[in-house]
Design a protein around this ligand. Structure first.
Ligand SMILES: [Zn+2]
Ligand SMILES: [Zn+2]
Length: 207
C-alpha cells in the first residue's frame, strides 16, 4: 500500500497529508457520517419508530454474537437492535481502546450508547486516520451504517452485490440492510457485523 494515496478514495495525498492513511476530505466525510447517525435528530433516532427495540420485550445487553429471532421487517429492526449499527460502532470503540483511544464501558439506552460510541470515535478520528491499521474498514463500515439507515428510513430498494464468503470464497448476495446471511455453498452463518466485514467479490479479486 502506497503512503502517498488515500486508502479510502485512492486520491493522491497533498504534501501535508503524506504518511496519513486518508485524505482530509475522507476523514471529514467519515466524521460527518458519524455526526449524521447520532443525536436526538440523527439517523439512528429516525429509524422507523415501530421497529425500535423495546417495543417487544427488553432489548437486553448489547452483544455482537446475539442472534435475534426473525422479525416481520428485518431491515429497520436489525439496524437499531443490539448486534446492528450500535454493535458495529461499539466494536470499533472497543478496538481503539486497546490502543488507549477508545471506550469499553457503555451506559443507558441504546440511543445513549450509540451517542457515546460516536463521541469517542469522533474524538479519536484523526488519530485513527493516521495510525489505526484498519482505518479503511472503519471508514467503509461507518459509510455503510449511514447508508443503511437512510435506506431504511426512505424505504429505498437496493440492488444486491456479491460478497466473497470468508471460508469458501463463493458469492453471498447482500444489500446494506441485509441483517444476516448463510453462505449457500459452505453454509457458514454470518451475523450483521460479520457480514459487513466481508469484501465484495470484485474488490477481493483486484486486491
Ligand atoms: Zn480520500
Ligand atoms: Zn462459503
Amino acid at each position: 500500500m502506497s503512503d502517498e494515496t488515500c486508502t479510502v478514495c485512492r486520491r493522491a495525498l497533498w504534501e501535508h497529508e503524506i504518511g496519513h492513511q486518508a485524505c482530509t476530505l475522507c476523514v471529514n466525510r467519515t466524521d460527518a457520517n458519524l455526526v449524521a447517525l447520532a443525536g436526538p435528530n440523527g439517523l439512528y433516532a429516525q429509524l422507523p419508530a415501530a421497529m425500535m427495540p423495546g417495543r417487544s420485550g427488553s432489548p437486553g445487553r448489547v452483544s455482537g454474537s446475539r442472534t435475534a429471532p426473525i422479525p416481520p421487517r428485518l431491515g429497520p429492526l436489525n439496524l437499531s437492535a443490539p448486534g446492528g449499527i450500535i454493535t458495529t460502532l461499539q466494536m470499533w470503540a472497543e478496538d481503539w481502546a486497546t490502543y488507549g483511544r477508545g471506550q469499553t464501558d457503555w451506559h443507558g439506552t441504546l440511543q445513549q450508547q450509540l451517542d457515546q460510541a460516536v463521541t469517542t470515535l469522533r474524538f479519536n478520528i484523526h488519530w485513527a486516520a493516521q495510525n489505526h491499521p484498519a482505518w479503511k474498514d472503519f471508514a467503509e463500515e461507518v459509510r455503510q451504517a449511514k447508508k443503511a439507515c437512510e435506506a431504511s428510513i426512505t424505504g429505498e430498494r437496493e440492488c444486491p452485490i456479491l460478497l466473497a464468503c470468508g471460508t469458501c470464497g463463493h458469492g453471498i448476495p447482500y444489500t446494506l440492510t441485509t441483517p444476516q446471511r448463510t453462505c449457500g455453498t459452505c453454509h457458514r452463518v454470518y451475523g450483521w457485523v460479520e457480514l459487513r466485514q466481508l469484501r465484495p467479490i470484485a474488490e477481493r479479486a483486484a486486491a
